[in-house]
Design a protein around this ligand. Structure first.
Ligand code: SF4
Ligand code: SF4
Length: 454
C-alpha cells in the first residue's frame, strides 16, 4: 500500500502546485498510519517512519522546483562533536601551516555541548535519516560523543563516526551507544609509514583502540558498529597494503578499503597520491544488527511526545511563506543546500563541508544554534539567498552579517544531484529486517524517493 501510494504521488512532481502536492502527501500519511501500525505494532515508530518518508517526498518536490524557502527538512545531518584534532595531516586545516597562520582559516577549537546538540536534534532529527559525527575534527575528543549517538538513535538515525583513533576513550561506551558505522583512518601498517601522512599519530595507540573496540563488540555480542579501516593510498604507503590487510583481518575489522586521497601536495609536496591500488576487502558481510535495531526502536519512546507533535503538524501550516512552484529547470543545482545541514562543535551552521575561511567578503557561517536563536537554521537569509543564486533567480545582492555575502554566491561547485540511493535502501531495509515484516519500501519506491534528477 505504501509503495502504491508513493508511486501514485510521482506524476504530481511535474503537474501539481505546492498546496495540491502537500494535500496528497498529508492524505498518504494519514491513510498509511493504520496500515503501518498493523505491521509494526508500534505507534511512535510508525509515525517516525512516515514523518521521514513524507519529508523526503516534500524535499524532493522542493528541490525539483528549486524552492528558496523550504518546508521540508534536510535528510542528512553532519555534526562535529569536536573542532579540534591532535594530528596535523598535511591536507587538513589542522596542519602545521594553518596552526602557525591562524588568520587564514576560521576554525576555533572547541567541543560541542549537550545543550547545543539537544537543540539541533529536536529541530531536525525526527525528519532525517542519518547523522555523521565528523567533518573537520576528531569526534572522540569529546567525552559526550557516545551520549550524542545514543540521543540520535532515539530518533532512529543511522549514525556514522570517523576517527583517527589517536585518543584514549571508553570503547565499551562507544559500542554500547548504538553506533552503526565506525570509519578508522589508518594509512600505514608501520609507525614510520603511518606518520608520514598522519603527522603526530601513534599507530600503537590506534591498534590498541581497535582491539578494545573488537573486544567490546564481543562482550556485548553486537555486530555494530561495523568497523571500516580506511587506508588512503599514497606512493609512500602502498607497499604496506598486504600487511595492513593481514593486520585488519587478525584484529577482527569488518572491512578494509584502499581509497585515493584528495590532493594534499599543497600541504606536503613529498606526498603523492596513488590511484593504482584502490580496492576493498570485506572480512565479514554486512547484515543489519537486529539487536541494535530493536534497541533503537525501544529508545524512541523517550521522544514519543515530540514525535507525535511533529507527525501531527500539518504540512500546509508549517510555514505561511509563498512557495509557488517555479518552472522546473535543468540548470544549476547544489543538492547540499537541500539535503544536508552541517553544524560544527560551536553550533555554527555551515552550507556544506567547505572549510570556512576568514574573509571580509564571504559569509561561511549561515546561522548559529544557541538557546536564544529560535529561527529555522535551514531557512536563514544566507540559505535563501544562496538557493536564489543557484537557481538563477534575482538575489538582493545585499550584504548580510558584517557586510558579507554567502559564500555560495561565488562557488562553482554545483554538481548534478547525487542523492544517496544506497543509503536510503540500507536505511529502510534495515528496519524491515528487524521485524521480519514485508519490506516497508520496494526498490521502486526507494528509487523514486532518491532520484532527484530532472
Ligand atoms: S585526523 Fe582528520 S581532522 Fe585530524 S588532522 Fe588529520 S585529516 Fe584533519
Ligand atoms: S554552492 Fe558551493 S559552498 Fe554552497 S553549499 Fe553548494 S558546494 Fe557548498
Amino acid at each position: 500500500m505504501l509503495n502504491a501510494s508513493i508511486e501514485n504521488i510521482q506524476p504530481l512532481y511535474k503537474s501539481a502546485t505546492l498546496p495540491f502536492f502537500l494535500s496528497a502527501v498529508e492524505k498518504f500519511s494519514t491513510e498509511s498510519l493504520p496500515l503501518l501500525l498493523q505491521e509494526t505494532n508500534n505507534l511512535h515508530y510508525s509515525q517516525l517512519l512516515l514523518l521521514k518518508i513524507t519529508n523526503l517526498l516534500v524535499l524532493k518536490y522542493q528541490f525539483l522546483h528549486r524552492h528558496e524557502h523550504l518546508l521540508a527538512r534536510p535528510f542528512g545531518l553532519l555534526v562535529d562533536p569536536s573542532n579540534s584534532c591532535p594530528l596535523r595531516c598535511p591536507g587538513c586545516l589542522h596542519n602545521t601551516y594553518f596552526r602557525q597562520h591562524k588568520n587564514i582559516i576560521d576554525w576555533p577549537d572547541g567541543l560541542l555541548s549537550l545543550d547545543t546538540f539537544k537543540l539541533f536534534l529536536k529541530q531536525y532529527a525526527p525528519y532525517a535519516l542519518y547523522m555523521h559525527f565528523f567533518n573537520w575534527g576528531e569526534p572522540l575528543l569529546n567525552k559526550n560523543t557516545p551520549q550524542f549517538i545514543k540521543m540520535a538513535k532515539g530518533f532512529c538515525l543511522d549514525t556514522v563516526l570517523s576517527s583517527n583513533l589517536n585518543v584514549k576513550f571508553n570503547a565499551d561506551d562507544l559500542v554500547h551507544s548504538g553506533l552503526d558505522f565506525l570509519i578508522m583512518s589508518v594509512d600505514g601498517a608501520t609507525q614510520e609509514t603511518y606518520q608520514r601522512y598522519r603527522q603526530g599519530g601513534d599507530l600503537e595507540l590506534v591498534i590498541s583502540n581497535i582491539k578494545k573496540l573488537v573486544a567490546a563488540k564481543k562482550k556485548y555480542n553486537m555486530q555494530s558498529p561495523r568497523l571500516l579501516w580506511q587506508f588512503l593510498t599514497f606512493e609512500h604507503n602502498v607497499s604496506e597494503i598486504p600487511l595492513a590487510k593481514e593486520m585488519a583481518q587478525n584484529l577482527g575489522v569488518d572491512v578494509i578499503t584502499f581509497n585515493e586521497p584528495y590532493d594534499v601536495s599543497w600541504g606536503d609536496p613529498s606526498l603523492a597520491a596513488d590511484n593504482k591500488h584502490l580496492e576493498k576487502t570485506i572480512f565479514s558481510e554486512y547484515t543489519p544488527d537486529t539487536q541494535n535495531v530493536a534497541r533503537t526502536i525501544e529508545s524512541i519512546e523517550s521522544n514519543s511526545s515530540h514525535i507525535e507533535k511533529c507527525y501531527n503538524q500539518n504540512w500546509h501550516t508549517a510555514d505561511g511563506k509563498d512557495n509557488s512552484p517555479l518552472t522546473v529547470t535543468h540548470g544549476n543545482r547544489c543538492p547540499w543546500l537541500y539535503k544536508n545541514l552541517v553544524m560544527d562543535a560551536l553550533g555554527r551552521i555551515l552550507p556544506c563541508c567547505y572549510v570556512p575561511e576568514k574573509s571580509d567578503k564571504y559569509d561561511y557561517i549561515f546561522s548559529t544554534v544557541t538557546p536564544t536563536n529560535h529561527q529555522d537554521h535551514f531557512n536563514t537569509d544566507c540559505f535563501i539567498e544562496a538557493r536564489k543564486k543557484i537557481i538563477g533567480s534575482q538575489t538582493t545582492g545585499a550584504p548580510y552579517h558584517d557586510e558579507k555575502i554567502p559564500y555560495c554566491m561565488d562557488c562553482n561547485n554545483r554538481k548534478v544531484a547525487n542523492i544517496d540511493t544506497d543509503n536510503f535502501s540500507k536505511y529502510f531495509n534495515k528496519y524491515n529486517s528487524a521485524h521480519s515484516f514485508k519490506p516497508l519500501l520496494s526498490e521502486t519506491s526507494i528509487n523514486l524517493l532518491a532520484n532527484w534528477s530532472n
